[in-house]
Design a protein around this ligand. Structure first.
Ligand code: BGP
Length: 482
């Protein structure tokens, strides 16, 4: 039994453009869906404003200025020994409105420089093509992914990326956490749908009509499949993956009803999207999912099934933070937990932001996925969001983060021992950045501290946390020194 990481294992870290770049309106960039989201916190939800409003603080607008400081940041990643840097391209830097006739040359050049810098430091980029930041104009003019025309706009964008960065990039992900729109009605915001005047998308609302969610998602599936096909035509070396928000659903009790519910939760949460993107067809249980999730059946056009079949991904990637419990028993349904993570689990602890911490669940999930799909797997997000304290001497001691990551890396190692073909690991927010769910800076994931607070104050100076030196050792020893 193998219990070590493979020799060429891809260690690294992950970011997303809208959470780190800033420079939201520079060098021809258009407004994205992320640019109209206000800051929230643990208890205050982020608000999506109908357009960019003067005097409102939007955390993505400056973020941590990775746009200006990418060189310094990549140098720090290299110092830790990164082999892989997962990052995303802001669609609105390449096509500011989404439906422009030609790409924006300044945007194209920017990412070329970023990739060249990665190359200089021996880091392979892993590029998310769309990470929660659809061009605002596509939302406004077309209602986002509810309109099939967005497939063509997305493919134009992909064609530009695949052609311009041939030789500089090998790994691509078509959509970040594509399954999020299946989870709750407000997930349609991830599909580029704007709330109607005076309305808000509530991520805590678990009921409501989901027909638009599933239809918009169908269009993304088609776009993803066509992108995979196109990418392989442009460069057969390209490795193009799906990206799913992965979470293990456990039955809260051993009642058969709870076992069934846990299975169905996994189907909605992971396998519905995974099956389409990996196997190239909707699963047999699709109709039950639509029924369960209060959606009318997805409308397919002639030829759609063939498109899905011809665009199967090369590898399965996912984010993993937590597991959740589900139960039919109203006794548990009433207690603890939130919508996203289901019911509380008495066997596991939660983070300061209420996210359950369950490293064993990562091993279980890896085994589930690999035995189902039998294609290479990558963990492309994982980490602990927690605030850090800067000591008087400038040191930042973050043993809690090291403990979290150590446990999850051990779980991956065990999964490799189980036989899982795991190729890479990019921990989330390798440098502190804006939180997607709350818009805060205080929810820090980084090995690198960034001096900036929730209201946008700070020097933006970077400093190394204890976890920086720890992760460097982990990489240098290929996961042996934990
Ligand atoms: C994932 C997103 C990331 C990231 C991460 C952590 O769902 O793909 O963009 O932000 O979650 O979440 P948060 O920033 O809300 O703590």
């Amino acid at each position: 039994m193998k219990t070590t990481f493979p020799e060429n294992f891809l260690w690294g870290g992950a970011t997303a453009a809208n959470q780190c770049e800033g420079a939201w309106d520079q060098d021809g960039k258009g407004v994205s869906m992320a640019d109209i989201q206000t800051a929230g916190d643990k208890t205050t939800p982020r608000i999506v404003t109908p357009q960019v409003q003067p005097g409102v603080f939007y955390p993505s607008h400056q973020a941590i200025e990775h746009y200006q400081r990418y060189e310094e940041d990549i140098r720090l990643f290299a110092e830790m020994g990164f082999k892989l840097y997962r990052m995303s391209i802001a669609w609105t830097r390449i096509y500011p409105n989404g439906d422009d006739a030609a790409p924006n040359p300044a945007g194209v050049e920017h990412y070329r420089k970023v990739f060249e810098t990665c190359k200089k430091y021996g880091i392979e980029p892993l590029v998310t093509i769309s990470h929660y930041e659809m061009p605002y104009q596509l939302a406004k003019k077309y209602n986002g992914w509810l309109d099939r025309r967005c497939i063509d706009f997305y493919l134009n964008y992909c064609r530009t990326l695949f052609t311009e960065y041939k030789g500089l990039v090998k790994y691509w992900l078509t959509f970040n956490e594509i399954n999020c729109s299946t989870l709750f009605p407000g997930g349609k915001m991830m599909l580029g749908v704007l709330p109607k005047e005076g309305q808000q998308f509530l991520f805590s609302a678990s009921s409501g009509d989901m027909t638009e969610n599933f239809q918009g998602l169908h269009h993304q599936f088609l776009a993803s499949a066509l992108a995979v096909k196109l990418g392989h035509e442009i460069d057969p070396q390209y490795q193009i993956g799906c990206m799913i928000a992965g979470t293990m659903a456990y039955p809260r009790t051993c009642s058969p009803a709870d076992i069934l519910l846990a299975q169905q939760t996994m189907e909605v949460g992971s396998y519905y999207c995974g099956d389409v993107q990996v196997r190239g067809a909707y699963p047999a249980f699709a109709e039950r999912v639509w029924q369960l999730k209060n959606s009318k059946p997805v409308v397919m056009q002639p030829g759609d099934a063939e498109i899905l079949k011809a665009g199967k991904v090369d590898f399965y990637s996912f984010s993993y933070y937590s597991s959740s419990c589900v139960s039919e028993d109203p006794q548990y349904a009433k207690t603890g937990g939130n919508m996203t993570f289901g019911l509380g689990n008495p066997y596991i602890q939660q983070s300061d932001w209420g996210w359950p911490i369950d490293a064993t669940g990562l091993r279980t999930y890896l085994n589930e996925i690999y035995s189902r799909y039998q294609i290479p797997v990558m963990v492309v997000e994982n980490g602990l969001g927690q605030d850090d304290k800067v000591e008087a001497d400038g040191a930042i001691h973050d043993p809690y983060r090291i403990e979290y990551l150590r446990a999850h890396i051990k779980a991956m190692k065990a999964a490799i021992g189980d036989g899982v073909d795991l190729r890479g690991y990019t921990s989330w927010g390798c440098i502190d950045l804006v939180s997607a769910s709350t818009g805060e800076m205080a929810k820090r994931y980084g090995f690198i501290y960034v001096d900036r607070d929730n209201s946008g104050n700070g020097t933006l100076e970077r400093s190394r946390k204890d976890s920086f030196y720890w992760y460097k050792k982990v990489i240098a020893s290929n996961g042996e020194e934990l």
